[in-house]
Each structure stands twice: as structure tokens, then as C-alpha cells.
Design a protein. Sequence first.
Length: 127
Amino acid sequence: MKRRPKGEVYGFIFWLFTIVFMILYLFWSILPSHMLHSIGFTYYPNKYWALVIPCNVCIVWASYVLGNYFLYHWNVRPLHSREMFCIANWNQVLPHQAPENEECKPNLAPIYDIPSEEVNEKLFRIK
């Protein structure tokens, strides 16, 4: 008998609980109070929370996405910044503005075409 990974089992159980709680949430939010009392549910949160919880989830998600977007743009250097390019002989061109104890390293690898033999070897294991 094969052993199944625990992650798959836990994921399936979490999926089942998610569906059950979603159905209970929808019944609680849609059914009127007198129907819930007739079923036997007498203690439940106010219906106000049926609107507030999804709205807050949407607001938190949108804030997270927008926050990450603006944080990314805040941390990216402008294209005209001196840190975006590298001059090979920096000390000779601008000796008074040369950084101290730092080497000028290229930011990008050189562009070249990959030989087809190398592509075939990596993708298809053909030499």
C-alpha cells in the first residue's frame, strides 16, 4: 500500500471544511431570523457582519495589492540614476565623483544568442 503525503490529506480536509463553513455562512446571511429560529439556531451574530466581513476582506486585499504596487515603485531607481549604469573606467572619467572602495560592476549580463546545440542539449537531451 502506498503512503499518501500528509499535505494532500490536510488540504482535502481543509477544502471540505471551507465548503461546509461557506454553506453555513450563506444560510446565516440569506435566511431570515425566524427561519433560523425554527431550525434551531438561536445564538448567532448580527446580520450586520454578513456585509462587513466580505467588504473588509475585499478592502484588505485591495490595500495589499496597491501597497505592494506602490512599494515596488518606491524602491525602483529611476532610469536616469547613476546606479542604473556602469562606466568601465569610472575613475578616469569622473575622478572627483568616483565611489570609494567600490568596484564598478555591470548590472546586466551581455546579450548573445544561445547556440542551437546548447538549447537542444538542455531541452531535449540531444547532443
